[in-house]
Ligand binder design. Structure first.
Ligand SMILES: NC(=O)c1ccc[n+]([C@@H]2O[C@H](COP(=O)([O-])OP(=O)(O)OC[C@H]3O[C@@H](n4cnc5c(N)ncnc54)[C@H](OP(=O)(O)O)[C@@H]3O)[C@@H](O)[C@H]2O)c1
Length: 318
């Protein structure tokens, strides 16, 4: 089978499409023929070791010191069951998360049937299923588990048309918040289509607010800039931190001037996946797919993810 192999950290050109053996199956494993997989901001950061200051050493310890230990990257997938396992039938459409184990940027993968794999609900294309979890789970976790967003609250989302932001706009709207979107000037109409009540380019001055919850999905709205626009008791969701020192500072001192900062990494567990699927079924979320590439064009997909200006999910189709 073909797989996208990354044998060094660096630009998209380090990725090579090569023939590799099919994955070996353990007792509980499904063999999945991958139909589509996203190239996320996380994939782009890991390939390039492009992480905020202080996180580089940690990432090398996790992923491999000189080169990625797991050469086939890709953390999420949509596909079709080719060899059945408990609870899944051959031919069934499935999607899921392998996380740091990677392996999704390949024509086939093995995943435990009891793990983070689910049947694709009605109405999602392969590309949408591939782009379902990354942004959706992050937005859902920050808005609900971390901030406890409530109907009627005023929500500001910075970076509102990326994978996380586009999900946050929809989920915030569904939960009854009044949503204000900040995005590139060319994406204002898209943000409104996604459900924002108000949208403006990030080239204009910040809206006065005040906002009960402000979510920074772009790394350009640190507390000092967000603070004058936060309501009393307001919360800042720091999806992108500037550095390890900043992350530690936020964790150690999450309460400032009556405001609350949230910096926890989003939970992407099986139960969280089930909550997002339920939200999709209730009409509260549909993944935005901004670009699709053939698997052979995976370098171009990474190059687009590297820009930090993609719309929604960028997906390769096998
Ligand atoms: N903490 C966590 O658990 C967690 C989980 C997932 C992701 N993340 C991080 O969250 C970030 C967002 O992920 P993503 O997948 O949504 O990325 P993405 O799809 O690349 O989107 C990035 C967004 O940032 C916007 N942006 C770029 N420059 C901006 C500026 N100067 N002002 C305001 N917005 C700007 C872009 O808007 P335009 O295209 O309109 O310019 C785009 O909408 C990434 O850094 C990722 O690593 C964190």
């Amino acid at each position: 089978m073909k797989a996208a192999v990354t044998r060094a950290y660096g630009p998209p050109s380090v990725i090579e499409l090569v023939d590799v053996p099919e994955p070996e199956l353990l007792a509980d494993d499904l063999l999945v023929r991958v139909t589509a997989s996203p190239v996320t901001a996380g994939d782009s950061r890991m390939r390039a070791l492009n992480v905020p200051r202080g996180f580089g050493l940690i990432l090398r310890l996790i992923l491999g010191w000189r080169r990625p230990r797991r050469a086939v990257m890709g953390m999420e997938f949509a596909g079709v069951v080719e060899a059945a396992g408990p609870g899944f039938a051959v031919g069934q459409r499935v999607f899921g998360i392998t996380g740091l184990k990677g392996g999704c940027h390949a024509e086939k993968l093995a995943i435990a049937a009891s793990g983070r794999v689910r049947a694709i609900p009605e109405g999602l294309s392969d590309a949408e299923a591939a782009g379902f979890f990354f942004g959706g789970l992050t937005a859902l976790d920050f808005l609900t588990r971390q901030a406890g967003l409530e109907a009627g609250q005023r929500l500001l989302i910075n970076g509102a048309t990326g994978a996380v932001g586009s999900a946050a706009v929809q989920i915030g709207r569904h939960l009854g918040a009044e949503v204000t979107a900040l995005c590139g000037p060319a994406n204002v109409a898209l943000a409104l289509e996604l459900g924002a009540h108000h949208a403006q380019g990030y080239d204009a001055p910040l809206p006065a607010g005040p906002f009960d919850v402000t979510m920074d999905c772009a790394g350009t709205l640190p507390y000092a800039r967000a603070m004058p626009h936060l309501a009393a008791g307001g919360q800042l969701l720091v999806v992108v931190v500037a550095s390890l020192a900043q992350q530690l500072g936020h964790s150690l001192r999450p309460r400032r001037n009556g405001h609350r900062l949230h910096v926890q990494t989003a939970v992407d567990s099986g139960p969280a996946m089930d909550r997002l699927i339920k939200l999709y079924r209730a009409g509260g979320y549909r993944p935005l797919v901004g670009a699709e590439f053939a698997f052979a064009e995976i370098r171009a997909a990474h190059a687009l993810a590297d820009t930090r200006h993609k719309r929604g999910a960028v997906v390769v189709k096998m």
